[in-house]
Design a protein around this ligand. Structure first.
Ligand SMILES: Nc1ncnc2c1ncn2[C@@H]1O[C@H](COP(=O)(O)OP(=O)(O)OP(=O)(O)O)[C@@H](O)[C@H]1O
Length: 729
């Protein structure tokens, strides 16, 4: 068993090589018809909503119009339509050997014969020749590819219905390599499981369903192969129960619903098949019997329970996939395709049982999601078969997610809608059950009508060289490997993100990818630390500026007013001061270098992130602002350090000058005491001109002039030496 089975048909590209013409229901009320009718913009296909026909006693007796030629000989006027609208063709049956196929999906209606009786025969009137069904009360008419007569069992039996709705797809799957998807849709008890699987008594006399009929066709083809083509068959079988995907083939099969305790499988995108169910088994099959026995085992695992409308109601959607790989040994070409057969759970009203209600709500939710997808697809499909740019919410349910590849053009699709004609099938023939089944049938028909509006373009899977020796194959393998690597990378990022604590930030919004969070979180943490440090440094710088001014004053005063002994002490203080400044400056330089490094790293990380998560990062102006602010702060710090350098240089020079002045004055004293005892002492001339000149010199901006000269020389009482230095610690 493989660990990761691909799910969904292989990709195909859109093409417009052919079209088919269909319409959807018509109401025969002229005014309403005018408002609802959308004329075909080109003679290919256009859908319409049901058009009301005034109620009359003989409303179901249509005037069948002769076929009209509208550029496509399959276009025929629709019975009862005053607008000559074309009625649906049967694209499945009329698939020609063209490729790719562009056209509508096939939609057929099959009533449960047990629900039709004389009392309810007027609820819905079926016209087999025109393939229409009309509501007996309001006259609304719907037209489809096939509408099977309720009680004519020669036509409304599994084999006949299979021939018209499913076999054409199986044939194209076998012969032409198209992927095919057939699903049964309808209210609970309307006959979906009966159609897909039969009545469960297939072995010897009972009725077999589409699944077995398709398997017979597949193995007939394989066994009667005269061209020497080698076939490989594999299968997978899953159910979606309460929005959990369960592998029905995984052991053990111990009876109804045992699968519900098994693990919920995950869906992943797959570049080749659209989606992949990770861990879904896909055993190789060598015989029809082996396949049937595996399906039987899977059916035992499937969840069924009794509901108001069905004694053995399927409580899950089941999807059987058969993969066929064929290799022509002569040409060494191989082709593979997938056939998906789906039995959906039935829509229903709230049940009295809690468990049924819970199941019902999951079933209804997923069917609603399917209905929404169908509505959007039909609304967004233009007449050329291309889907217009509308968001289709495939991710709203597991069912739509798994059907996404088929519905988005990778597969031929046939939908069998099973309906109730109004009579109860399990003894419930009350007015309320009648009303419910009429309204459910209405719902089913509307769903079918919308589905009929969808145009798809499907390419068949081409042949490629068998084995791995051709370039396309290698490319495909490479793409798959790259895809896997990318998936794993994202998983690792997610795991990492899950480990890191969440922060209250727009980056951590639940819908945002988790991978950038790690770097962002680190960055934010770094920024917080940096901001704290900057704060500290800023305060320090302010303090130092104030101190510097005080010191400058004090130093000058002290220098000028001190005696020799005091001067020496002062010089010692200045030297100490200088050392501290020097040390601090070195530290500040180191710290600035560290900050610069941090910023560089921050910028780098920011850059890397912005490449990967540009949109997200662009929105975060704050982070950039913080970084810019930090750069500004660092520039200021650098300026402050420069200031300090200047000041220290000034102090050093001043102290040297003071020493010189002191030694000069000592010499003069000695000299005067030796030679002229009554020598009149002179004030020592300033060494460099007058103070005004000095100011002028400084103003000239000579670099080596001591900055002391700028200071207003005031004599003041000596102050205690620089106790404020301690503040810096
Ligand atoms: N075309 C038919 N001919 C004969 N019997 C039918 C037909 N369709 C349905 N039945 C019978 O009606 C009952 C309900 O049918 P079935 O279980 O197929 O309904 P369902 O749509 O699958 O319901 P659910 O959604 O609840 O699973 C069964 O007993 C089945 O045998």
């Amino acid at each position: 068993m493989s660990q990761a089975s691909t799910f969904g048909p292989k990709s195909s590209s859109l093409s417009t090589s052919s079209t088919s013409t269909i319409t959807t229901p018509v109401r025969h009320n002229a005014a309403a018809a005018r408002s609802n009718y959308r004329p075909p913009s080109r003679p290919t296909y256009r859908a319409s909503s049901p058009v009301q026909q005034p109620h009359s006693s003989n409303h179901h007796h249509y005037q069948h119009q002769p076929p009209q030629q509208q550029g496509n000989d399959r276009n025929r006027s629709r019975p009862g339509s005053s607008f000559g609208m074309s009625r649906p063709t049967t694209p499945i049956n009329s698939y020609s050997k063209q490729e790719p196929y562009t056209g509508s999906i096939s939609v057929s209606i099959r009533p449960n014969p047990h629900s039709a009786n004389a009392a309810t025969s007027q609820n819905w009137i079926i016209n087999q020749s025109s393939n229409t069904i009309t509501n007996g009360l309001d006259g609304t008419t719907f037209a489809f590819d096939h509408v099977f007569p309720a009680q004519d069992l020669a036509v409304n039996n599994n084999h006949q219905v299979y021939l018209k709705t499913c076999k054409p797809i199986v044939e194209r799957f076998l012969d032409e390599g198209y992927n095919g998807t057939v699903f049964a849709y309808g209210m609970t008890g309307s006959g979906k499981t009966y159609s897909m699987k039969g009545d469960g008594n297939g072995n010897g006399g009972g009725t077999i369903g589409f699944v077995e009929l398709a398997i017979e066709d597949i193995f007939d083809k394989i066994e009667n192969n005269t061209e020497g083509v080698k076939y490989q068959v594999s299968m997978s079988y899953l159910e979606i129960y309460n929005e959990r995907i369960i592998d029905l083939l995984s052991t053990p099969a111990v009876g109804n619903g045992s699968s519900t305790t098994r693990s919920d499988l995950k869906i992943r995108d797959d570049h080749e098949y659209g989606v992949k169910v990770v861990g879904l088994g896909s055993p190789s099959i060598t015989s029809k019997e082996q396949m049937l026995s595996l399906i039987k085992k899977g059916d035992l695992n499937r969840k069924t329970s009794a509901t108001d409308f069905n004694a053995r109601s399927s409580r899950s959607h089941s999807i059987l996939q058969i993969r066929l790989n064929k290799v022509n040994p002569l040409t060494n070409l191989e082709a593979s395709a997938t056939l998906s057969l789906c039995d959906l759970a039935g829509s229903e009203r709230a049940s009295t049982s809690l468990e049924r209600r819970k199941e019902g709500s999951y079933i209804n939710k997923s069917l609603l999601a399917l209905s929404n997808v169908i509505n959007k697809l039909s609304a967004s499909t233009n007449t050329s078969g291309y889907s217009m740019d509308t968001h289709i919410s495939y991710r709203d349910s597991k069912l739509t997610r798994l059907l996404q590849p088929a519905l988005s053009g990778r597969s031929l699709v046939s939908i069998l809608c099973t309906i109730h004609m109004g009579g109860g099938t399990s003894g419930t023939n009350t007015a309320s059950s009648l009303n419910q089944s009429v309204s459910e049938t209405y719902k089913t028909l509307r769903f079918a009508a919308r589905a009929k509006d969808i145009v798809i373009s499907v390419e068949k899977n081409g042949f490629k060289m068998a084995g791995g020796d051709n370039e396309a194959h290698v490319q495909r393998e490479l793409a798959q490997l790259n895809y896997t690597i990318e998936q794993q990378r994202q998983e690792i990022m997610l795991l990492r993100a899950a480990q890191s604590p969440s922060l209250d930030s727009p980056f951590y919004a639940s819908d945002s990818p988790r991978s950038p969070s790690i770097t962002e979180q680190q960055l934010r943490e770094e920024n917080r630390v940096l901001m704290d440090k900057l704060d500290h440094l800023t305060r320090l710088t302010d303090l130092q500026r104030t101190e510097t001014i005080i010191i400058k004053d004090n130093v000058m005063n002290d220098i000028l007013g001190s005696n020799a002994a005091e001067s020496q002490m002062f010089m010692a203080n200045i030297e100490e001061f200088y050392k501290r400044w020097h040390h601090e400056m070195e530290e500040s330089k180191l710290y600035v270098a560290h900050l610069e490094n941090q910023l560089k790293n921050g910028h780098l990380a920011q850059l890397q992130q912005s490449q990967a998560w540009q949109a997200k990062i662009q929105g975060d102006e704050d982070l950039l602002d913080v970084l810019k602010e930090q750069e500004g702060e660092i520039m200021q710090l650098k300026e402050a350090i420069k200031d300090k350098d200047h000041i220290i240089r000034s102090f050093t020079k001043s102290s040297r000058m003071r020493k010189l002045a002191d030694s000069n004055s000592a010499m003069n004293t000695i000299r005067s005491s030796i030679t002229t005892p009554d020598y009149e002492p002179k004030r020592p001339a300033p060494s460099r001109g007058s103070s005004s000149e000095l100011i002028g010199n400084h103003g000239a901006g000579k670099e080596n002039e001591p900055e002391m000269m700028m200071i207003d020389f005031k004599l003041s009482p000596k102050k205690p030496p620089i106790s404020s230095f301690d503040v810096m610690h």
